[in-house]
Write a protein that binds this ligand. Sequence first.
Ligand code: HPA
Ligand code: ZN
Length: 343
Amino acid sequence: MPLPTTPTNDFLLGLPKAELHLHVEGTLEPDLKLRLARRNGVDIGQQSVEDVQATYQFTDLASFLAVYYPAMQVLVTEQDFYDLADAYLAKAATQGVKRAEIFFDPQAHTTRGISFATVISGYSRAAYEAAERHGIDAELIMCFLRDHTPESAHATLEEALPHKHRILGVGLDSDERGNPPALFAKTFATARENGLKLTMHCDIDQHNSIEHIRQVIEDIAVDRIDHGTNIVEDPALVKMVRDQSLGLTCCPLSNSFVSDDMKANEIINLLREGVKVTLNSDDPAYFGGYIGDNYQAFAQASGATTAEMVQIARNSFDVSWVSAERRADYHAMIDSYVQEFSA
Ligand code: HPA
Ligand code: ZN
């Protein structure tokens, strides 16, 4: 029996996939936040899940970040960082994730007096155990906060280099307005010299978006772009991204919170033009869904066919930072999943 042309929700949930745009701090669910606050004696001024959810009022990137960073004060010990990452990985496993390249924001913790070693130890212990505990190969991508100084980013990289065997790559996140990629060129060049992969956020509908995307491609020479769907405004950028097979890590549910919609039309059109788009969850505890939920919401909004959704899952492994051998294993996983579902 052939697969239906329109994908079912069950099919999309179980489809083997890689998650490439996931901020681990954005997986802090209200119940875990309350539990960690109690465990560490931190007064967050909220007593119930409803209290926490009532603070989730955002209409753009800046208003989201204003809620997002203060929540992190409940993360204090190595065990807290482990518990946060492990809870995400357990959830991701139920939504078909086989490979996760996970962002973390060390400066959001070191600037409040938590040591870099505490942060990286907890996260990397969870990532290391993920294969056995959850059937996921997990790696870490360290992001710099672009609304802090380039000097702070560079100092963070230097602090991280003794731990570089625990880090796959570096990224750039937080508030993009007035904080162009080129400011961080030196730090990203040093990361590259140290064998790290490079990615940067080009958030949705930002001021100077097209110039920022040009900088990440031409000046920084990133290996991937986070979000980046504003390339639709410039055919020359679409061509560059396609010709270089640069992955775009799109996040439909996140887009619907920080901009006017999911950008499903832009994403499906880019897919149909041969751009390696992928779907991811960004900050699932805040944006109402994990990666499988994003696949489902996107399929519904865009009218993508089953074959196109399978292509998106394939893209996620194509642009993930794995060996060619491992990539072939993941493609085989997709093939057998599709075959089983057709039987
Ligand atoms: N953009 C910028 N910074 C972020 C994001 C994002 O999507 N999520 C968490 N920090
Ligand atoms: Zn993001």
